[in-house]
Design a protein around this ligand. Structure first.
Ligand SMILES: Cc1ncc(COP(=O)(O)O)c(C=O)c1O
Length: 370
């Protein structure tokens, strides 16, 4: 019997999507393990945000404020922005999809750097656009190759700064040069999911650009340093017409009451953010030193300004082997063959205990092969 083609088929550009692969949460055999695979805050959630979340239980019977008025006001006050130009989403993921959805479609191109965030090609394909990757420069975003990859069909350019999964950072002069080289009919999205981990001196100037340019959108999230990944709250800042276009296609009640309340409290909790940033800087530097000390086993960490390290395995022990063996030791990290990085593991910065334990396990694993 010949199988007939199914009558119901998704659009070909939807079938072309390689599904997003989230970081694993468990080892598979039920053992307790340290999750260092999704760049969450190892210190948890701040007390104020947690209390606000719990208090929202009193409003479970209500729809949330569809305009997120209080959250937009809080963010605008914190960063000196116009609240009317703030958009919010179910995670910043939704904002990335809204940007692609409002500005790209069939026949258009969406441009990003090789080893950019894995949602960018999905957001492009979802709307029928063609994802285009510009070559990296030693794992970092390269302004020259990005500009050389712009065509008359380029509608959206995404960059993550710092970038995930590499942790690399494009400084202000380079970001400005990239923007200056892009045509005005192309939306430039600067995804700052990890911006709070930067030293204040490392401001890439994206908010400044978004204040004045007609084609710049900045996105941020409460999932990382604020420790609210479960609540799925992201936001963006851009020109009024861009924000308005995205509102047209956003789901009406896309962020919950608990999420809005927790985010407002978290945004005001500067002490928790400062503490989290300091913890991250300390243990990222510590882990980078440990990896450098394993250089003779072929390990090398890409310099990172985020809350994780991309570790390259260029010696006898492969990244895949290390990934599986780390899992046996109780550490779940991210192996990235689907992103063209089969030689790399991305390791989130965890607690002191996680970092010391992971480094010891890794030493054991790469030493064992010698
Ligand atoms: C660069 C980057 N952008 C955006 C996101 C999306 O985060 P969320 O949807 O939780 O805001 C992530 C999450 O890992 C990320 O790494």
């Amino acid at each position: 019997m010949t199988e007939s083609a199914p009558l119901l088929r998704p659009k070909p550009w939807i079938e072309a999507i390689a599904p997003y692969v989230p970081g694993r949460s468990s080892t598979g055999d039920g053992r307790k393990a340290a999750k260092l695979s999704s760049n969450e805050n190892p210190l948890g959630t701040g007390e104020a945000a947690r209390a606000a979340f719990l208090a929202a239980a009193d409003s479970l019977d209500r729809y949330p404020d569809a305009e997120a008025t209080a959250l937009r006001a809080a963010l605008a006050a914190k960063y000196g922005l116009d609240p009317a130009r703030v958009i919010y989403g179910t995670g910043s993921d939704e904002i990335l999809h809204l940007a692609a959805g409002a500005y790209a479609g069939q026949g258009d191109e969406v441009l990003f750097a090789r080893y950019g965030f894995s949602v960018y090609p999905i957001a492009a394909r979802r709307v029928g656009a063609t994802p285009v990757e510009a070559p990296d420069r030693d794992f970092a975003t390269d302004v020259d190759t990005l500009l050389a990859s712009v065509t008359p069909r380029t509608r959206v350019v995404f960059i993550a700064n710092p970038n995930n999964p590499t942790g690399t950072f494009l400084p202000r002069d380079e970001l400005t040069r990239l923007h200056a080289g892009l045509p005005a009919d192309c939306l430039f999205v600067v995804d700052q999911a990890y911006a709070e981990y930067l030293d204040p001196a490392d401001d890439d100037g994206a908010f400044e650009l978004a204040r004045t340019a007609s084609n710049v959108l900045v996105t941020r999230t409460f999932s990382k340093i604020y420790g609210l990944a479960a609540e799925r709250i992201g936001w963006g800042y851009g020109p009024a017409p861009v924000i308005e276009a995205m509102h047209r296609i956003r789901a009406p009640f896309n962020i919950t009451i608990a999420g809005q309340q927790a985010a407002i409290a978290a945004a005001a909790d500067d002490a928790f953010v400062a503490h989290s940033r300091a913890h991250n800087a300390r243990w990222r530097a510590w882990l980078a030193d440990e990896i450098a000390a394993m250089g003779n086993a072929g390990l090398r960490a890409v310099p990172s300004k985020a809350n994780f390290l991309l570790v390259l395995f260029e010696g006898a022990v492969s990244a895949e082997t290390a990934y599986n063996r780390l899992m046996e030791h109780g550490y779940i990290v991210r192996w990235l063959p689907g992103q063209g990085l089969p030689q790399a593991l991305r390791i989130s910065i965890g607690t002191e205990r996680d970092m010391r334990g992971l480094a010891a396990a890794l030493r054991d694993i790469v030493g064992a092969a010698g």
